[in-house]
Structure formats: C-alpha cells, structure tokens
Design a protein around this ligand. Structure first.
Ligand code: IMP
Length: 429
C-alpha cells in the first residue's frame, strides 16, 4: 500500500517539512492536502534553508512530483514567488513537476482583507490568524460560492466571476467591517494574468494520484498545521479552517480510505503554539526563552509565516494520545530532541487533574481545556550533546527513557528522532 500520510500531532510547526523531506527521497509524488500559505515548512539542505508555505516541501527532491490537492486553498502570488525561489535555487518547479488540482479553491485579495477585518472585529476573542485569507476562502468554499482553479481555464467567465466576487466582498468589507473597498477591476485583471500562468499546472490530481497508486508508485501526503488546529478535532474555535488530520488527506486528495498504509505522526519533544487558544503545559520566563531559542537560528521557535515568537511548553502526553487516536497514527516521529539537552530534568504531562481525579484521556475533546491541571512526571535530563547520535545506542540513557515513556503513553512506536537541523541529524529506530 503506497500512500503514506504525514501529520502534525500538535498545533503545527512540529517539523513535518523535515520528515517529509527525508521520506520524499523514496516517494514518487508528494502531495499537500489542506490549508494554504498559512503553513511554513523549513527544510535545511547543506547551506541552503528552504522556507515553503504552499508548494509541498518534498519537491526539493529531484525525483518527485509535487501535487497541490483539492483540499488546499491557493494564493497565486505566493505560488509564483515560491516557484521563482525554487528555480533560483536549482529546483525545477515547471508544470511537469508541479500539478495543481482543478478543484482547489483560490484565495483572493478580498479573502485576505476579510481575514484581517474579521480578526480586528473579534477584539479580545482574536484567534491570531496568519492573515492569509484562509478562513474566508474556506467559508466561501463551504457556502458554495468559492472560486475553483478550473474556473481559471475559461478567461471570460473567470474575469466576470472575479469582478462579482470582489464586489460582494466589498459589501462586507465596507458595510459590516468599515474597512476599505478593493478595486474589482484591478483584482480581476491581476487574476486574469495569474490564470494564464496557472493554466498549464491545472489538472485532475485525484486521477493522477490514483493512477500513480495503481502503478505501484509511492505517494506521500504532506499535512500542514496540526491535529489541534483541525476544524473539527482541534481546540475549537482556536483552530484553522481546514482538516489537517489524516482523514483530511483522503478528502483533500480525492482518495479512498483503503489507500493509506501508514500514518506518520510528528511531535516535537516539547510543545509549541502560535496564535491564541488553550495550552495547558505552557511555560513562561527563563524556561520559555530556553525552549524557544533567541531567534538567531532559522530553527528557533519563531513562526515561519508570521515571524511571531511561538508559545512554548512541556510535551502534553494527554493531547498526544488524543492525536494518535484521531489520526490512527501508526508511527511516531519525535523532533528537536537536541533542544532538551542540558536541562537538569524534563517534565512530561501524563494526565489531567480535575475534581481530584486524574484523567489520561479527554472526556469531551480539546475545545475546553480550562478545567484541567496538567499532572507531570519529572524525568532526569541529560548533559551530552545528542546531535551526533545516529542510532538508539548513541543516545544517553535518560533520552532513551524519555522516548520510551512517550511511546508508552500513546501506544505507538517511535520510528525516528531528529537530533539537529541538518538532514542527516536523525536517529532511525
Ligand atoms: P489561520 O489558519 O491563518 O486562519 O489561523 C488560525 C490559527 O492557526 C492561528 O492560531 C494560527 O496561528 C494557526 N496556524 C495556522 N497555520 C499554522 C501553521 O502552519 N503553524 C502553526 N500555527 C498555524
């Protein structure tokens, strides 16, 4: 069974790009299935650091084809700036190597303006969106008035659709949010140019993927964001508007359940979050600075898309167990173990205390975590630098113990651990 799905088990930023990069070496197709350019996947190859928001990061491998599935929302300016950046760095991103689903939806400047206006109107209840127009684009999709890429193939009708779309958005922007109106003609003209450039990339990617699977090829589904940002299964309403969980890969690529062989769940060795919303194991002060890093390195905990410092905390085993369950994770990848080196001890949340009881599972999902107090297990830290480790036996005993506890807590084996930012700094188990 050649479909493998890589998902984030936390609030995104788990280091999925890195894992996808490693798995892509033996994949024929790497496909994005959800979200848009709100994501940020950082891959370090030698001296080069690639930051991709929309195009699947697996395309960096010369043998792969990149697919943007129907579950994705596409902002053309980002698409073309990434194509240009890749080509400048010697990575081909022509229509032979990058395919866009005809059924994916467009993000327009009107969606971006609405995202900002709606976020401002939320006042104290702000979600802290990335401002990339994600929510409004998926709102239009669900309301059956969104614009699909296939509409770009008919220039005249597309121009009219764009005019009508911006005119309608202006009614909301001006009438409801007292924001500035956009120029419908200017936007429609700009998008007419994008339509011409996008035409050769647009195809039925569901058919392409199905044929690839029939021919015994390997498809890697690259998730964006994470389980706890899932529209249904995350910390609602502090979530994104798509389905980052494993089932989203099937809907977002147009494939059936029987095609999936493995679900690889990626978790950091600790926990981070950008934007607002509950975070029971969050830490502040010196420990937060220690886990976050200073921002001097590209892998420090600052948002790839917005540059915001990430909130940081201890690994939450209750939420990880939950993520393993809702995704049916088969293999766990733990990233950034090296960040914990040098800490005298490490806290691992193994349960939630409520009314004198300790729960190992969430009674009503993660939307309201306010009644719970994390219960921690304190594990001994290690001083050795783990960045040179390449096998289980190279890891300090304390690090082995920490990984074993994580695996025990969620009932799945850890198949890989990353111990540094470079491609080869991994331990395969
Ligand atoms: P939106 O996806 O821009 O609507 O933002 C909704 C929430 O998801 C906000 O809290 C964002 O910070 C968060 N978010 C969206 N994309 C990512 C991501 O790729 N990594 C981490 N957080 C994200």
């Amino acid at each position: 069974m050649p479909l493998e799905i890589v998902i984030g088990t936390q609030w995104g930023d788990e280091g999925k790009g890195r894992v996808v990069d490693l798995l892509s070496a033996r994949a024929d197709i790497v496909a994005r299935y959800n979200g848009g350019d709100n994501a940020g996947h950082t891959v370090t190859v030698g001296e080069k650091v690639f930051k991709l928001h929309l195009i699947p990061s697996g395309i960096i491998h010369p043998g792969t084809i990149g697919v943007i599935g129907n579950g994705v929302v596409v902002y053309p300016p980002t698409l073309f700036s990434e194509i240009e950046m890749l080509e400048q760095n010697g990575v081909e991103a022509s229509p032979q190597r990058l395919r866009l689903s005809h059924a994916a939806h467009l993000i327009t400047p009107a969606h971006r303006a609405l995202d900002r206006a709606q976020e401002a109107a939320r006042g104290a209840g702000q979600i802290g969106t990335t401002g990339r127009g994600i929510g409004p684009a998926y709102t239009d999709k669900a309301a059956r008035r969104g614009i699909r890429l296939e509409e770009m193939l008919n220039p005249e009708a597309f121009h009219k659709r764009m005019l009508a779309h911006v005119e309608e958005a202006n009614q909301w922007l001006v009438g409801v949010y007292q924001a500035e109106a956009l120029d419908p003609q200017a936007v429609a003209d700009e998008y007419a140019e994008y339509a011409e450039k996008m035409r050769p990339y647009i195809t039925d990617t569901s058919l392409l993927l199905w044929q690839a699977l029939q021919n015994g090829q390997t498809v890697l589904a690259e998730g964006a964001q994470g389980t706890l940002l899932d529209l249904d299964h995350g910390t609602y309403p502090f979530v994104t508007s798509s389905t980052p969980t494993a089932a989203g890969a099937l809907v977002g690529l147009g494939l059936g359940p029987g095609t999936a062989a493995r679900v690889i769940g990626v978790t950091k060795a600790f926990q981070t979050r950008v934007g607002a919303g509950p975070f029971p194991t969050e830490v502040s002060g010196e420990m937060a600075t220690r886990l976050r890093g200073t921002g001097a390195n590209p892998w420090d905990e600052y948002g790839t898309t917005t540059g915001r410092p990430r909130r940081v905390g201890w690994l939450d085993g209750v939420l990880l167990r939950y993520a393993v369950r809702v995704n049916n994770v088969t293999d766990l990848v733990v990233t950034k173990l090296d960040v914990l080196s040098g800490l005298p001890s490490i806290l691992l949340c193994t349960g939630y205390r409520v009314n004198g009881n300790v729960l190992a599972d969430l009674p009503l999902g993660p939307a309201d975590l306010s009644p719970f107090e994390p219960v921690y297990e304190e594990l001994p830290g290690w001083t050795a630098d783990v960045r040179g480790a390449r096998s289980w036996n190279d890891l300090p005993r304390e690090a082995q113990h920490y990984l074993s506890r994580i695996s025990e807590l969620c009932g799945v084996p850890v198949c890989q651990v990353s111990v540094g930012p470079e491609r080869e700094q991994v331990v395969d188990l």
